[in-house]
Design a protein around this ligand. Structure first.
Ligand SMILES: NC(=O)c1ccc[n+]([C@@H]2O[C@H](COP(=O)([O-])OP(=O)(O)OC[C@H]3O[C@@H](n4cnc5c(N)ncnc54)[C@H](OP(=O)(O)O)[C@@H]3O)[C@@H](O)[C@H]2O)c1
Length: 418
């Protein structure tokens, strides 16, 4: 695509993101990008754009030879995958914000990009306005990434901020996030960590060349956090955040997970409030760098889509350098986590699965364990996120090279440690 070429856009979706993009593009004629057609689901809704632009037939866009770019911002990931793969096969460039769709279909999408000349860009899908993917791809090409730590879900961060600082209850805070357009149409995707792990799947690909499905990474959201956990964090002068982690271990594998984590006040992530996102990068040459910006909302997301549209002008394609030009990393299955586990009843805590327990408190007002557990045990079992249990990873909580050896820890032994 030449620099002077007009981008004739077929837009899929006119919700929070699509509508914001439409209005920004119509007020920015210098971009030389025109939305020619918009495909939505419900033809009866009132829209803030001329009626003639709208269709409910995907083929009206996909078969239009004049449309050279598809922008896909719909809420149905199966339909999104079908639209995006058809568009790539028709040699139309695609810009998408749908992290769930991309993360769950990454292998097929990689193959399609190898097979067809068209470009698939999705910067807006990870951390909305923050240019994380392109920086991981380009800037850190030759620099060894030691670790990445991120707050990558604006809605959960918004909810936690409102709960911690304004003492709002969970439901009220979630409603506010939805009203402001930060929450996914299905709040479970945000609250239970699915959205964050999808974004982290993209980050692992561009940062480390890891091709994986979101379900291969240990994750949970903020659904089990309670007042006691918040009080514990405050007592230790820390915050609780939903943090995505990736850390290169000595054996070259990468420890990755998305879990609630205590964050010390000295960590830049502790300054990330409300719908903002932040990613802390630690690399061998550049040392520590911190990316910060709006991680949700129509305008923030549209800004990254516009950057991708602009990149199409100079034929930008992801090269997936870590995957194709370097030796790609593998996910580690053999690391442990230092955790705080709060429980309602010890009956529902699988004590023998801990590799070690430093502290166990089982009193009326306070019930928690501080200990280390292998990630493979957390992956295999669900007890730690049900029956009143919730876990929070301690700061610097990754323990490398655990042998995943389960010690026979007896309850009587542990109580003595309190
Ligand atoms: N909101 C954010 O802050 C944000 C940030 C980053 C990425 N994203 C991603 O961007 C995408 C859109 O999010 P959103 O917040 O804009 O969602 P939204 O407000 O719920 O809007 C979804 C849009 O998709 C349309 N749609 C649903 N199924 C469709 C189908 N089969 N064919 C055509 N159109 C269809 C809907 O049509 P109707 O209008 O007719 O119902 C609606 O216009 C999602 O993948 C989301 O994960 C959102």
């Amino acid at each position: 695509m030449k620099n002077d070429k007009q981008l004739n856009i077929g837009l899929f979706g006119f919700g929070v993101v699509g509508e914001a993009l439409y209005h920004i593009l119509s007020q920015t004629p210098t971009l030389n990008a025109i939305i020619k057609r918009i495909c939505v689901k419900d033809s009866s809704k009132k829209r803030s754009a001329p009626e003639a632009l709208f269709t409910t037939e995907a083929n009206d866009i996909l078969h239009d030879e004049d449309i050279n770019v598809i922008v896909e911002v719909i809420s149905d990931s199966d339909a999104a995958f079908s639209i995006v793969s058809q568009a790539l096969q028709k040699n139309k460039h695609v810009v998408s914000a749908s992290k769930k769709m991309i993360a769950e279909n990454i292998e097929t999408l990689l193959a399609l990009q190898q097979q067809y000349i068209s470009s698939l860009l999705y910067e807006s899908s990870a951390c909305a306005s923050i240019p994380v993917l392109r920086n991981l791809e380009e800037y850190y090409d030759n620099d060894l990434l030691h670790s990445l730590q991120g707050i990558v879900n604006g809605s959960t961060n918004f909810i936690l901020t409102k709960m911690l600082e304004e003492k709002l209850d969970f439901t009220t805070a979630l409603k506010q996030a939805q009203d402001l357009g930060f929450a996914e149409p299905d709040p479970k995707l945000d609250v239970e960590g699915y959205d964050a792990v999808s974004k982290w799947t993209e980050v692992l690909l561009h940062g480390y060349g890891i091709v994986t499905h979101p379900t291969n990474t240990l994750f949970t959201g903020i659904q089990n956090l309670n007042d006691k956990n918040v009080a514990y964090a405050a007592l230790h002068n820390q915050e609780i955040k939903l943090v995505a982690n990736a850390k290169k271990l000595e054996d070259g594998t990468v420890a990755a997970f998305v879990l609630p984590q205590f964050v010390e006040k000295t960590n830049p992530l502790s300054f990330v409030k409300n719908e903002y996102n932040g990613v802390l990068v630690e690399s061998s040459i550049a040392d520590k760098q911190f990316f910060y910006g709006k991680g949700a909302g129509g305008v923030a997301t549209a800004s990254a889509i516009i950057s991708d549209l602009s990149a199409l002008r100079y034929n930008y394609k992801y090269e997936y350098k870590k995957l194709y030009n370097h030796i790609p990393s593998q996910l580690s299955k053999n690391f442990g986590l230092k955790i705080y586990l709060s429980f309602q009843s010890l009956e529902f805590v699988a004590i023998p699965e801990f590799e070690n327990i430093e502290k166990l408190i089982d009193e009326a007002g306070e019930k928690y364990i501080l200990g280390t557990i292998s990630v493979s045990n957390l992956v295999k079992n669900r007890w730690w996120k049900q029956d009143g249990n919730s876990i929070v990873v301690l700061p610097n909580g990754i323990v490398a090279n655990t042998q995943a050896k389960i010690k026979d820890v007896k309850k009587e032994d542990i109580v003595e440690l309190v």
